[in-house]
Design a protein around this ligand. Structure first.
Ligand code: COA
Length: 156
């Protein structure tokens, strides 16, 4: 086990160590594993997709739907490449979602907690989101919502 893996267990990777590249085409992704969940391009105008790079390596994608801010910021897809899981990258992506929500004036993030790979069960994924502050609002659709405190007003 590498020092990086053991050193970050249970804690989010500092977001400053991740590069978020806004995606306009699937050809911007080299990893076949990440290209599949990134979906079809071009997307809808509400789609906002990022490739996440750490130390020059493609580690994840995160895909949002940006409805008007009086609705929700939808965390549509979160996918960490298999060999980079359990190192705090997924948790850092939740922090990215929160920062994006604050920057754009949302006060809620919504996700459907449905696993996109076999190595995490729905129950485990729900537990993962609940530990990160999401609460169930519709059990039939596995809808989970996190309330976001508004950004502090700028000092004059
Ligand atoms: C769910 C997912 C995003 C988590 O990302 P990650 O980078 O592994 O998450 P982190 O390292 O930040 O989280 C670590 C924590 O999650 C737990 N965890 C991670 N994967 C787990 C798994 N497969 N089963 C159970 N627990 C798991 C770890 O035990 C650790 O627990 P702790 O917070 O109590 O210490 C990642 O597994 C993934 O991309 N899965 C495939 C895609 C998917 O299903 N996405 C969800 C779409 S809604």
């Amino acid at each position: 086990m590498g020092a990086e893996k053991s050193g970050t267990r249970g804690k989010p990777v500092p977001i400053a160590r991740l590069e978020f590249i806004e995606l306009k085409a699937e050809t911007e992704i080299n990893s076949g594993e990440l290209r599949a969940p990134a979906g079809d391009f071009p997307g809808r105008c509400i789609d906002l997709r990022y490739l996440v790079v750490r130390a020059g390596r493609e580690v994840a994608i995160v895909w949002y739907n940006t409805f008007p801010p009086d609705h929700y910021l939808v965390l549509y897809k979160l996918f960490v490449a298999a060999k980079f899981r359990r190192r705090g990258i997924g948790s850092a992506l939740i922090q990215h979602a929160e920062a994006l929500a604050r920057a754009r004036g949302y006060n809620r993030i919504l996700v459907h907690a449905q696993p996109l790979s076999d190595d995490i069960t729905e129950k485990q994924l729900i537990g993962w989101y609940e530990k990160r502050g999401f609460k169930c609002t519709d059990p039939e659709r596995e809808t989970y919502v996190k309330n976001i405190s508004p950004a502090a007003p700028a000092q004059c």
